[in-house]
Design a protein around this ligand. Structure first.
Ligand SMILES: [Zn+2]
Ligand SMILES: [Zn+2]
Length: 114
């Protein structure tokens, strides 16, 4: 279980999903609600999970800007494969202000803004 300070508040998760126009930030599958509440209406029966755009261990805050809502399988894949597997992509951003770092990585999500 993650430490509480790592977790996005429920209200932030709902706001992020609204910003994404109820689409998974990665694949665009419709998500009606974060967490278990969205399972019944998800096309593949997956719960939706909140993910840090800039990882917690890289100083990423639990703010709306740093939150994306993803299908469970999309969340797995951003951690285990694809564009996000190589953590050095974050090192290249270390000298930039946090809001710029967040914006640069957020731009990699096709549905960050819906
Ligand atoms: Zn994550
Ligand atoms: Zn997805």
């Amino acid at each position: 279980m993650a430490a509480p300070h790592m977790n996005f508040p429920a209200a932030v998760q709902r706001q992020a999903l609204a910003r994404q126009r109820n689409l998974c930030a990665s694949c665009g599958t419709r998500i009606s609600a974060p967490g278990e509440a969205g399972i019944a209406s998800h096309a593949y029966g997956e719960r939706a999970e909140a993910h840090h755009v800039i990882p917690h261990k890289k100083g990423g805050p639990v703010t709306l800007e740093n939150c994306v809502i993803l299908c469970r399988s999309c969340h797995y894949s951003v951690h285990q494969g694809g564009s996000w597997r190589d953590a050095s992509i974050y090192d290249d951003l270390d000298l930039l202000p946090m809001r710029v770092r967040i914006a640069k990585i957020a731009a990699l999500y096709p549905h960050y803004d819906g």
